[in-house]
Design a protein around this ligand. Structure first.
Ligand SMILES: NC(=O)c1ccc[n+]([C@@H]2O[C@H](COP(=O)([O-])OP(=O)(O)OC[C@H]3O[C@@H](n4cnc5c(N)ncnc54)[C@H](OP(=O)(O)O)[C@@H]3O)[C@@H](O)[C@H]2O)c1
Length: 244
């Protein structure tokens, strides 16, 4: 497996809680020659990474960032999309509890960041994946994006944008799998992790909340076990499969 370890890794959202923890863990791996990390603000990208500024809500910015990434490398072995938005008071985004709270602009921003951007990034960068060697393109999704697992309702925009991301993952797995025979293109649920994204929705007595480091250690173990046969599937942090 050693020669199949990822050599060039790219973390989108390296300034976020899970993105930062992933960059830190990946930087400890001697197999990684190049670690690229994106963030909206250069000074918040972890120092272990080659920094690239990216605002996922700006399609022109996505293209410019991808041009910069292509200048840094002609090969990507491991790509992880850790960008996501659930709430954002700067943009008036609050997850809906009821139908009356649904708002078109909130929906469109969540779709732009959670679903459209990863697809645009795949359009721009998937050619850098190796043709035959093992490689991974992973999206940090969320269990609440599973249609089959939705028993509670609420959070229309976030759920729907993650469900759209999930469909994009599955569709990409099919198309890219024809050109990149060793590709595992997957959706990953990190668990409930202590972060600004989850903070407003966790009660102080909540159990089962993981530290970012614990979640990342599980996610890396899951990714280490992926191969082309895993492509097009949705896995939780503990390796169990989640229904679409
Ligand atoms: N935490 C959980 O319990 C949990 C559970 C299920 C799924 N997830 C998923 O895991 C992923 C990471 O979440 P997290 O817990 O690490 O949250 P976080 O700490 O809030 O990180 C979110 C990341 O998204 C980035 N981001 C948001 N809008 C952006 C935009 N327009 N352009 C570029 N970057 C943007 C943030 O960038 P800035 O640093 O610039 O703000 C940050 O890097 C998300 O996709 C989330 O849906 C998390």
């Amino acid at each position: 497996m050693a020669d199949e370890s990822p050599k060039t890794a790219l973390v989108f959202g390296a300034s976020g809680t899970l993105g930062r923890a992933l960059c830190h863990a990946l930087s400890q791996r001697s197999s990684i020659d190049l670690l690229i990390g994106t963030g909206r603000y250069r000074d918040r990208i972890p120092s272990e990474c080659e920094p690239v500024v990216l605002d996922a809500a700006d399609p022109a910015g996505v293209q410019a960032a991808c041009a910069e990434i292509r200048q840094l490398t002609d090969r990507l072995d491991l790509v992880i999309y850790c960008i996501g938005v659930l709430h954002d008071s700067d943009h008036g985004i609050h997850p809906e509890k009821r139908l009356e709270q649904v708002d078109a602009e909130t929906m469109s921003r969540q779709f732009a960041v959670n679903a459209t951007a990863p697809l645009l990034l795949a359009r721009e960068l998937s050619a850098l994946l190796p043709r035959r060697d093992r490689c991974i393109w992973a999206h940090l999704s969320a269990r609440v994006g599973s249609i089959g697992d939705n028993h509670l309702g609420g959070w229309y925009s976030y759920r729907a944008s993650k469900a759209a991301q999930n469909m994009i993952t599955r569709t990409l797995a099919i198309e890219l799998g024809r050109r990149h025979r060793g590709l595992a293109c997957v959706a990953l649920h990190p668990g409930t992790v202590a972060s600004p994204l989850s903070a407003p929705f966790r009660s102080s007595e909540a159990t089962g909340v993981m530290t970012p480091e614990a979640s990342v250690s599980h996610l890396l173990a899951v990714m280490d076990g992926l191969d082309a046969g895993s492509s097009g599937h949705f896995f939780a942090w503990d390796g169990s499969e989640i229904p679409w």
